[in-house]
Design a binder for this molecule. Structure first.
Ligand code: ADP
Ligand code: ZN
Length: 731
């Protein structure tokens, strides 16, 4: 080795358990956290100089670091966070790092923007348009500075001329080119822009948050308030504190692509938009935001779960809105729950984290009860708005007419609402026209060939679709099994079918259909949501997409078409989930005051969840649910891990699952169940088996799993083993 090179450990964004050694020129002055480019096989990849010692590698095999990016380093807290998640989720640290280095183009400094400054002389041929442009471009704003430099479109727009006029002048050499720094991604938020006058209960809640913010250390608070109580207004106060302290804020939202109203409210309060971060953004925008978060120029970020992995320069506060939402769980590569990991990141950064929800998860409630989290409660809606009056409709006593799905009790209420010019929402968590199609003659059912799932009819598109793998086929006219023509029937309702029924019942009503697979994507959805908020729709029919966070002031009736969906599956959280969803969706009604109504169509009016919702006595239900969890040793009183073994050959997958199970160590406080065929036995042509591991709270579940994996048979062929700590899904 030459004198001017050293060996450095470098973590690559690949599923490697540890950092690799590279040789680096000392002139590069590499330090842990620096983002570098290194060769990996035939490729060049971005990677990070890691902490710790480098391995002893044969000097001849060492390869050189190609270059160091001119980019702020990955901070020690974020490196620690990566290690922590890797340990906890049993993922290779490189796999976690990959979630941070997703925007390679952001590691090089932003290119300055090309701009044009007037230098004269004026062109010989002068037109009115040219005159306007030159007047603007020669305007003296600051006597000591040269005239301002403009971008081509900026100047054309300001002068009210087409870009070709500006281009023409540039060709005539009237302007000189200068480079100006790239504009900021978003303006700076102003904490004093326009405060809201909080009601007394909100003031009390905000004061508790001010105290936490003033302490400048790790603290977790559960902001628990009914829908419409002003949780957003209250946590805006904590955000204002963080901005005053000149620190950065991360606001996590489960459905960021749809939160136009949230962004607007933020802008109203702080006079500027937050930086947005989600998968729907274009790559250029992502690069800019990533870069400016790292440099500290973007102060507040509102994002989906992946925003947890952004390289903040000085993070001062994390907010997790709708903390109970299962969209925070990622079940792909690294299985993690962004809500839980947000608490971990806050603890590593030693900063406060606020979890907000109208229906907090049992986990967070127990943490609050035990004093691990501060419990901040908002008990009433703001401005005297009352929660909707809730009733169960017993479908056995008030059945819908043949071939329809809405009980007369519900349709009467909808008719009354229409007469009064008020909005109604029909909620059904089923996309498409019908969840199942069968042949009336031979009983053939249309099933996905890749998945354990019925094909869902999408009548508007004329297709049958699988909602698990995306498989889609044209709706046939004859049965593929017996060949009979025109005897296929749709079974059960999806929202398209409800729209058809509603349209027949109320031909004059303005109906809007909302689901995530609508044509037109996010842009269209945002427009539709605005239309509803403005009162330009009478009846909204939607999936769980409409249940989340939207504020529809004119909505006074919510009809839940099938309140029983989800109650009867084997998921230990089924009752809690249904309870949360039904509370959220009925909470869409009556937000602007006045009387409002929530009607739940059910065949099980005596089910504890339905009774809890209908009676409004949710506390008793939750208390019982907590006791039941404790008795069964389920989270948060015990710990769970799921192990999913899958393969394209059923026998091989099953054999591997058995062999895997047999390698499990013995532990007095850990129970290993299975393997059993997964309820979703086939997904994307892979056969799936599940093992469930249940441990007491005290045990080191990860250590147990690590010992187990070390003893387990190696995977061969296309067999895949996925470990899911704290599983949310049991399918
Ligand atoms: P939550 O987040 O708890 O559902 P929001 O913060 O969205 O509640 O508040 C519900 C509605 O009430 C919003 O339209 C909000 O602007 C309004 N609101 C809440 N608190 C106040 C207040 N103190 N003054 C004026 N409007 C308020
Ligand atoms: Zn499928």
């Amino acid at each position: 080795m030459t004198k001017n090179a050293s060996i450095v450990p470098i973590l690559l964004p690949i599923p490697a358990e540890r950092a690799y050694s590279y040789r680096a020129d000392v002139d590069l002055q590499l330090r842990p956290g620096d983002i570098v480019q290194v060769p990996l096989g035939p490729r060049q990849v971005a990677a990070v100089v890691w902490d710790g010692e480098s391995d002893n590698v044969d000097a001849k095999k060492l390869r050189d670091v190609t270059r160091k990016f001119n980019c702020p380093p990955i901070r020690p807290e974020l490196r620690k966070f990566i290690e922590w998640i890797a340990q906890y989720t049993l993922s290779p640290p490189g796999q976690v790092l990959r979630m941070i280095l997703r925007v390679p183009a952001a590691f090089d400094p932003e290119k300055p923007t090309e701009a044009w400054r007037y230098k004269g002389p004026p062109p010989e041929r002068m037109t009115a348009a040219r005159k306007r442009v030159i007047e603007l471009a020669t305007e003296i704003l600051d006597a000591d500075a040269p005239p301002m430099a403009w971008t081509r479109p900026g100047l054309a727009h300001a002068a009210g001329v087409s870009t070709s006029v500006v281009n023409g002048l540039i060709k005539l050499d009237v302007f000189e080119q200068v480079m100006i720094p790239a504009p900021p991604a978003v303006e700076s938020p102003d904490p004093e822009h326009s405060g809201t006058k909080l009601n007394p209960e909100q003031v009390e809640a905000a004061d508790q948050l001010h105290t936490i913010m003033g302490e400048n250390k790790f603290n977790a608070a559960l902001l628990d308030g009914v829908t419409g109580s002003g949780k957003t207004e209250v946590y805006f106060e904590a955000i204002a504190d963080a901005i005053r302290q000149n620190r950065q804020v991360l606001i996590m939202l489960p459905e960021i692509a749809l939160t136009t109203t949230f962004l607007e409210r933020f802008e109203q309060r702080f006079g500027a938009l937050p930086g947005e971060w989600h998968s729907g953004m274009n790559p250029k925008r992502r690069e800019k935001i990533w870069r400016q978060i790292a440099s500290g120029d973007v102060q507040v970020v509102a994002g989906a779960r992946s925003s947890l992995f952004l390289p903040f320069k000085d993070l001062g506060l994390i907010i997790v809105d709708e903390e109970h939402d299962s969209a925070y769980k990622q079940e792909d590569r690294v299985f993690y729950n962004a809500r839980d990991m947000a608490v971990v990141r806050a603890s590593i950064n030693n900063i406060p984290v606020i979890l907000a929800s109208a229906t907090p998860s049992i986990e967070s409630r127990v943490n609050a009860e035990r004093g691990r989290y501060k419990h901040i409660i908002l008990s009433a809606r703001h401005g005297g708005a009352v929660l909707p009056e809730l009733h169960a409709i017993d479908m056995r006593k008030n059945p819908p007419p043949r071939g329809s799905f809405l009980s007369p009790v519900l349709t009467k209420a909808m008719a009354r609402n229409l007469e009064r010019g008020e909005q109604s929402l029909l909620f059904l968590n089923r996309r498409g026209y019908a969840p199942l199609t069968l042949c009336r003659v031979c009983g053939h059912r249309f099933q996905c060939k890749n998945c354990t799932a019925w094909l869902v009819e999408h009548r508007f598109r004329g297709t049958l679709q699988c909602h698990h793998c995306g498989h889609s086929e044209r709706q046939p006219e004859s049965c593929p099994s017996c060949g009979t023509l025109d005897h296929l029937v749709a079974c059960g309702p999806g929202i398209e079918r409800l729209a058809e029924e509603t349209d027949k019942l109320f031909p004059d009503a303005r109906i809007i259909l909302l689901s995530s697979d609508m044509m037109g994507g996010v842009t269209r959805l945002r427009l539709e949501l605005e239309t509803i908020a403005k009162g330009e729709a009478d009846i909204v029919i939607g999936t769980q997409l409409v249940a989340k966070g939207h504020n529809f002031p004119l909505m006074t009736l919510v009809g839940v078409v099938d309140a029983d969906i989800g109650l009867n599956n084997a998921d230990p959280r089924a009752a809690e989930r249904t309870f949360q969803l039904l509370s959220q969706v009925t909470g869409r009604a009556g937000r602007a005051g006045g009387k409002s109504l929530g009607l739940l169509q059910t065949y099980q009016p005596d089910h504890p969840v339905i009774k809890a919702i209908a009676s409004g006595d949710s506390d008793a239900f939750i208390a019982r649910e907590i006791i039941a969890r404790e008795q069964a040793g389920l989270p948060p009183f015990g710990r769970l891990a799921g192990i999913i073994i899958s393969g394209t050959d059923r026998r091989e997958a099953e054999n591997h699952a058995r062999a895997y199970r047999n390698a499990a160590p013995n532990h007095p406080e850990i129970m290993v169940l299975g393997p059993a065929e997964a309820p979703m036995a086939l997904v994307r042509s892979r056969f799936r088996f599940r093992i469930l591991v249940q441990a007491s709270r005290q045990t080191d579940l990860q250590e147990f799993l690590r010992q187990w994996t070390a003893r387990a048979p190696k995977t061969r062929g296309n067999i895949r083993v996925q470990i899911d700590i704290d599983p949310q899904s049991f399918l």
